[in-house]
Design a protein around this ligand. Structure first.
Ligand code: COA
Length: 258
C-alpha cells in the first residue's frame, strides 16, 4: 500500500521518517501504520541506516491513531489491528531512535516516545495520553513504561486524568531529554541522531540491547494485556459513542467523555 503520508530519506546514516498528514494533525491511518512499520523494519536491516529520527510535518508530531479506525467494523482480531505491525517493529528495532516533537503528540504520538532513546521537544509541544477520556486504555506498553520513566504517581496523573502536558513538564518528569525553541528543534534532533549514527555501531547496539533486554519480557506481557483490554473497550458502546461524538464534532475533543 503506497502512501505519501509517511516520508523517509537518509541523512548521514540517519533514516528520517516524517509523519506527513498535516491537515489531520498527523493522525495515523492504516496505510500510514503499514508504511511506518515497513520503514522501521527496513531501518533495522539496512547497513546504511545507523539511527532513526521520527518527526511530524506541519508543526505537530502526531494526533495519534486516526479515530475513524476505532469505529466498529466486523468483529476484529486484536492481533490484526492496523497499529500492531508498527508497534512490533518499534519494539524489535535494534538501532537508536530519536523523536523530534513539535505541537501535539497525542495517543500513540505520546506512547511511541517511551520507546525512543532520546526525545527533543519544541517549547510549544503538548503531550497527551487521552485513552481514558476516549473510553480506551493505554497501549504500546505505556502502562508499564510510563511508570518506569516518570514514576507511578506522575504516570497515574497523566494516564488517568489525561491532562495536556506542556514540554517543560514532560522535560522535568524525564519523558523529554531536551526542550528547544521551535526554530531550532529539528536541527537539534537531527544532530543528536547523527551523533548516534556516528558511534561504533556494534557497541552502540550492544549497549542499547542490554538496556532493553532488562525489561523486554515485561514490555511484551504489558503489550499483550493492554491489547486485549484495549480491543474490548474499543468495541464497547461507551467508547463507540465517544468516537462518534469526536467524528461528528458535537463535542470539543478536549472534553471527550466528560
Ligand atoms: N483522528 C482522526 N482525525 C483527527 C485526529 C485523529 N486522531 N486528530 C485530528 N483529526 C482531524 C480533525 O477531525 C480535523 O479534521 P477536519 O478538518 O476534517 O474537521 C483535523 O484533524 C484538524 O483537527 P482539529 O481538532 O480541528 O485541530 P485542533 O488544533 O483544534 O486540535 C488536537 C488538535 C490534536 C488537540 C485534536 O484534533 C484532538 O484532540 N484530536 C484527537 C486526538 C486523540 O484523541 N488521539 C488519540 C487517539 S488514541
Amino acid at each position: 500500500m503506497m502512501t505519501t503520508d509517511v516520508l523517509q530519506h537518509l541523512d548521514d546514516g540517519v533514516l528520517v521518517v516524517t509523519i506527513n498528514r498535516p491537515a489531520k494533525k498527523n493522525a495515523i491511518s492504516a496505510p500510514m501504520y503499514q508504511a511506518l512499520a515497513e520503514a522501521i523494519v527496513a531501518a533495522d536491516r539496512r547497513e546504511d541506516v545507523r539511527a532513526v529520527l521520527l518527526q511530524g510535518e506541519g508543526g505537530n508530531f502526531s494526533s495519534g491513531n486516526d479515530i475513524g479506525l476505532f469505529v466498529n467494523g466486523p468483529a476484529s482480531d486484536h492481533k490484526a489491528s492496523p497499529a500492531a505491525p508498527f508497534l512490533r517493529a518499534v519494539i524489535a528495532l535494534r538501532k537508536p531512535m530519536v523523536a523530534c516533537v513539535c505541537g501535539h503528540a497525542v495517543g500513540i504520538g505520546a506512547t511511541v516516545l517511551l520507546h525512543c532513546d532520546y526525545v527533543v521537544a519544541s517549547d510549544d509541544a503538548r503531550i497527551r495520553f487521552p485513552f481514558v477520556d476516549l473510553g480506551l486504555c493505554p497501549e504500546f506498553a505505556s502502562t508499564l513504561l510510563l511508570q518506569q520513566v516518570v514514576g507511578r504517581n506522575k504516570a497515574a496523573e497523566w494516564l488517568l486524568l489525561g491532562a495536556t502536558i506542556p514540554a517543560a513538564e514532560a522535560h522535568r518528569a524525564g519523558l523529554v531529554n531536551r526542550v528547544m525553541p521551535q526554530n531550532t528543534v529539528s536541527e537539534e534532533a537531527l544532530s543528536v541522531a547523527r551523533c548516534l549514527a556516528a558511534k561504533p555501531p556494534q557497541a552502540l547496539m550492544a549497549t542499547r540491547g542490554l538496556m532493553r533486554d532488562a525489561t523486554r519480557a515485561l514490555v511484551e506481557s504489558s503489550l499483550e494485556r493492554e491489547t486485549v483490554v484495549f480491543d474490548t473497550l474499543r468495541r464497547s458502546p461507551e467508547a463507540q459513542e465517544i468516537f462518534r461524538r469526536f467524528l461528528q464534532r458535537t463535542q470539543a475533543p478536549t472534553a471527550l467523555g466528560a
